[in-house]
Design a protein around this ligand. Structure first.
Ligand SMILES: Cc1cc2nc3c(=O)[nH]c(=O)nc-3n(C[C@H](O)[C@H](O)[C@H](O)COP(=O)(O)O)c2cc1C
Length: 377
């Protein structure tokens, strides 16, 4: 493969094989997405938590700022079941944080979840367990992407179903899936996804693992890229701990057609990250990230802070995703409003010590020059 043009750049219609990772939770502002696309990469809107109408507005805002390709990312989640008792215990553990932030105690159990989620439909089957479905919002999100004729859709936490993949193909939409181990990569190719994003254990944010346990999806990128590059026909994109041109070149040498970078974009002026989150990333050392389930019930990598330190002993007793995510939502929101990074989720990859506070165009120029230098024959 020759740098920078390859199958990936052709498929996506971009100049450089560099994708800005979708980052749900307000990080991927239209300004960030458009700046990356305008610089010749692929900007991605992290729309997993967004209401369908908000997605439509964000797409319009991106289109006002760029006429180049960009992607929209969704979460594919299976309906899940949780014991009511775990929710009650989690609320007990969260009570001191709510009290410190002047947040009301969630009561009764059903509204404890319903009040704190917008995308979940909840029903209590009996007194000992509850069912949570996450399907409804996803279907409406997909409908908006089809109506808006988005060119590229990426997915994490699972795989779209056969009929959806068929629809995307008929509409000429390019699809990207997330794999954290070999089997997931093979499955994504088999169902007809066009590009596999290989998420190494170094990656910031949630693990995309959807087959096996989260721990089985903790492969280093150095191992996973060549193994998957040998197995798959479709292009693979490396994600996790890539912070500059050296990482881009290394991924290319290992067999990736491109890279997806998240943390490295968080400290740009275009990113929507909270100012204290940006500062924490800039102050960080290479020892700062941990894998934790305490914020959401799903394994994710972020900066160590008070919330993580205090709740990690109870981690295995907490409800699963997305219930724990819903239970901590008001705490995270209030912590951001009160400038308390010690109670916010500060997702970050292992390379966060290399974060720079520079505009997107300048950073991308720097990384791409460095990559070209490293890849000189
Ligand atoms: C703040 C943050 C939010 C993220 N949200 C998403 C998301 O919504 N969808 C997704 O597919 N990946 C998400 N990721 C994971 C990225 O796609 C990617 O795997 C990761 O950023 C790569 O590692 P790096 O952060 O070290 O570059 C997120 C990552 C971060 C840091």
């Amino acid at each position: 493969m020759s740098w920078p043009n390859n199958r990936l750049t052709q498929l996506l219609g971009i100049d450089y094989p560099l994708i800005q990772a979708p980052m749900a939770g307000g990080m991927t502002t239209p300004e960030l997405v458009a700046a990356v696309s305008n610089a010749g990469g692929l900007g991605s809107l992290g729309a997993g938590y967004m209401k369908p109408e908000a997605i439509r507005q964000a797409i319009a805002a991106i289109r006002q700022r760029t006429d180049r390709p960009f992607a929209v990312n969704l979460f594919v989640s299976e309906p899940m079941k949780e014991e009511a008792q775990r929710v009650i215990s989690a609320n007990r553990l969260l009570a001191p944080y709510r009290e410190a932030l002047n947040l009301p105690e969630p009561e009764p159990l059903l509204s404890a979840v319903a009040d704190y989620t917008e995308e979940l439909t909840v029903s209590l089957e009996d007194s000992s367990e509850m069912w949570v479905s996450t399907g409804a919002n996803y279907n409406e999100q997909v409908a908006v992407l089809l109506e808006e004729a988005v060119d590229i859709i990426s997915f994490t936490f699972g795989v779209p179903c056969d009929t959806e993949v068929e629809t995307f193909k008929k509409r000429g939409i390019t699809t990207m899936g997330t794999a954290t181990h070999v089997l997931e990569g093979i499955l994504l190719e088999e169902i007809g996804i066009d590009i596999v994003v290989v998420q190494g254990m170094e990656a910031g944010g949630h693990r995309g693992t959807f087959i096996g346990s989260a721990e089985q999806g903790l492969w280093s990128l150095m191992t996973l890229i060549p193994v998957l590059a040998d197995q798959l026909q479709i292009p693979i994109v490396a994600a996790g701990g890539i912070m500059d041109g050296r990482g881009i070149a290394a991924a290319h040498h290992l067999g990736a057609a491109g890279v997806q970078m998240g943390t490295a974009f968080l400290t740009t002026p275009e990113s929507g990250a909270h100012p204290l989150y940006k500062q924490a990333l800039l102050d960080t050392t290479e020892m700062s990230t941990v894998l934790t389930k305490v914020f959401s019930g799903k394994l994710a990598r972020g900066l160590q802070n008070r919330f993580v330190a205090e709740l990690s002993a109870a981690e295995e007793q907490l409800p699963g995703y997305p219930i724990q995510n819903a239970l901590t939502r008001d705490i995270r929101r209030a912590a951001a409003e009160h400038d308390m990074p010690e109670l916010m989720s500060l997702w970050a990859g292992t390379g966060c010590a290399l974060c720079q506070a520079k505009p997107v165009a300048e950073l991308m120029r720097q990384w791409l020059d460095q990559a070209a230098q490293c890849l000189k024959p």
